[in-house]
Design a protein around this ligand. Structure first.
Ligand code: URA
Ligand code: ZN
Length: 396
């Protein structure tokens, strides 16, 4: 069918498969799923949800939106999303022992391949304006057994498994690596294997940052709006400062929530690097160069914030020794656009007033893409879907 609108690909959308829900229901400590006194199943993920009598103490509602594929497709159809690249939601396998994590990763990767590759089932009634080959509306990031004490060979086996699964095009990971962060020597063979594999590595926060600097109950606002993005900011700054992108320049990192504060703070980071005797000779390039080596979701909720990410990523060319940067801006050409991709964070952030048709959290991110000053239809359609088609090798 001919199309009058842009292809829409959601690169940030989560699931908890039934086997993962079972793992969480069995637990008595966070992360866990429990049935709250109101009869509703709730997921308790964050430290501040685990104790006290504040508004967070029972966790957040969790229902079929998290595991039922028909619900994902319904959500996609409601919002005109043609293709989704689903990932296990936080906190992934972080709470398991090495043996448990190795087994869970293997099983979950098969589950997620099945979830994607067997769509549509005969009973399915969903549609996409683009009708990508019908089995190609769902793709996935796989899971790795990234827990303290795991044997590196087991992580490398999981990467091999994922490479063999037709609909799994990347891996999702948190910011702790195998326990000590993303700037840990133990991660080196894993980065190498991921860089060689061509898989996209979706880096997503879970833990937030310590220190609330106050006492008032603000629900989940500070943890999700600030703690999450600052966690990503710090983890990726550390990864860059450790030289990971110098050693593995083909690594394809996709950063959640547009990398948090990293774009806004990249010049400050650059300045601190060159003024610091410990770090000043460590990197091959100016710190800002590395922002042009990564990919970003467009989950910013505002056009100005999205423009900031794009301008900073566009500027990275300047540090490749090219002089054309100013010319780009003068000509209204935005190379950073090629590295930014629409996402929803579904099924998190549903409307609070129950089942409306469209979700405000989705529309704000679509409006942000529509509202960036200077972008033409070409830039918008890249961010809405064309970039993801290219990065993930989606066959339409
Ligand atoms: N809250 C979470 O715990 N995870 C997300 O991905 C988004 C919101
Ligand atoms: Zn998310």
């Amino acid at each position: 069918m001919a199309s009058s609108r842009s292809l829409l690909v959601d690169c940030h959308t989560h699931i908890y498969p039934p086997s993962y829900m079972d793992l969480m229901r069995k637990r008595t400590e966070i992360p866990r799923v429990h049935t709250a006194p109101d009869g509703q199943e709730k997921v308790i993920l964050l430290k501040e949800e685990a104790h006290g009598d504040g508004s967070n103490s029972q966790g957040r509602p969790v229902g079929p939106q998290y595991w039922d594929r028909a619900e994902k497709i319904k959500f996609m159809d409601t919002h005109g999303i043609d293709v989704s690249i689903v990932s296990l939601a936080n906190p992934w396998l972080d709470f398991l022992t090495p043996d448990e994590a190795v087994k869970a990763a293997r099983d979950l990767n098969l589950d997620i391949q099945q979830y994607c590759s067997t769509y549509p089932s005969e009973a399915s009634t969903s549609s996409s304006q683009f009708s990508p080959q019908t089995s190609n509306r769902l793709f996935a990031f796989g899971s790795l057994p990234l827990v303290p004490g795991v044997e590196t060979s087991k992580v490398l086996e999981a990467i091999e498994q994922i490479k063999s699964l037709s609909h799994v095009r990347g891996v999702v990971m948190g910011t702790r690596g195998v326990g000590k962060g993303l700037d840990d020597e133990a991660m080196e063979p894993i980065w190498k294997a991921l860089a060689d594999s061509g898989l996209v590595v979706f880096v997503h926060p879970h833990y937030g940052v310590e220190g609330a600097f106050g006492e008032q109950d603000n629900g989940h606002v500070l943890a999700l709006a600030l703690g999450f993005p600052f966690e990503t900011t710090i983890a990726i700054a550390r990864l860059i400062l450790y030289g990971v992108l110098d050693r593995y320049p083909t690594l394809r990192l996709l950063l959640a929530h547009s990398a948090g504060a990293l774009p806004a703070l990249s010049s400050r980071l650059s300045s601190c690097v060159v003024h610091d005797p410990t770090v000043k000779d460590r990197l091959q390039h100016d710190f800002r160069y590395y922002l042009g080596q990564m990919w970003y979701d467009a989950v910013t909720y505002g056009p100005e914030e999205l423009a900031l990410t794009e301008r900073v990523v566009s500027r990275a060319d300047k540090y490749e020794g090219k002089d054309e940067h100013l010319a780009y801006v003068d000509r209204g050409v935005f190379p950073g656009v090629d590295r930014i991709m629409f996402g929803t964070d579904h099924p998190f952030f549903p409307p609070l007033d129950g089942e409306g048709t469209r979700w405000k959290s989705v529309d704000e991110n679509l409006d942000a893409i529509a509202g960036v000053a200077g972008w033409s239809g070409t830039e918008r359609s890249k961010v809405m879907g064309r970039n993801a088609v290219e990065l993930f090798g989606i066959e339409l």
